[in-house]
Design a protein around this ligand. Structure first.
Ligand code: ZN
Length: 131
């Protein structure tokens, strides 16, 4: 299932407070790989080190392909996957969030929990009967 969310601020927490500063014209932290300290940046400068997501290049608001992905996470578990991605559009400054989950995706934690509760269900009645 693919979910979409579009808005003038990031849907994910990452970069949310920096984005507010960029929009307000306040200095933001310079990427440690290029310098140190804070500087007022344009949206293009701020997003310069992010890459376009080749699979989902379009802005969900205006259709532009001038987008930069600032957030991506992906988890695979037993052949099922889940991912989230969010891109910033350099043309309309809108964030496009996409989330995808395979139908019966479970996290490794959920798998483990179910395995343990199955084992307990099998084991407990036998343990009680053996008494
Ligand atoms: Zn756009």
């Amino acid at each position: 299932m693919l979910l979409h969310q579009v808005g003038p601020a990031p849907h994910v927490r990452m970069h949310a407070s920096e984005w507010q500063k960029v929009m307000a014209g306040d200095p933001v932290e310079i990427n440690p790989s290029v310098g140190s300290g804070y500087r007022v940046m344009t949206v293009d400068e701020w997003a310069a080190r992010w890459k376009n997501n080749g699979d989902f290049p379009e802005c969900l608001a205006c259709g532009s392909k001038q987008t930069k992905e600032h957030y991506f996470v992906q988890t695979w578990c037993r052949g099922k996957k889940w991912w989230e991605s969010e891109s910033l559009c350099l043309d309309c400054h809108t964030f496009s969030f996409r989330s995808y989950t395979d139908p019966d995706f479970k996290t490794p934690e959920e798998w483990e929990k179910e395995m343990w509760s199955e084992m307990t269900k099998e084991y407990l009645p036998k343990a009680i009967a053996a008494k």
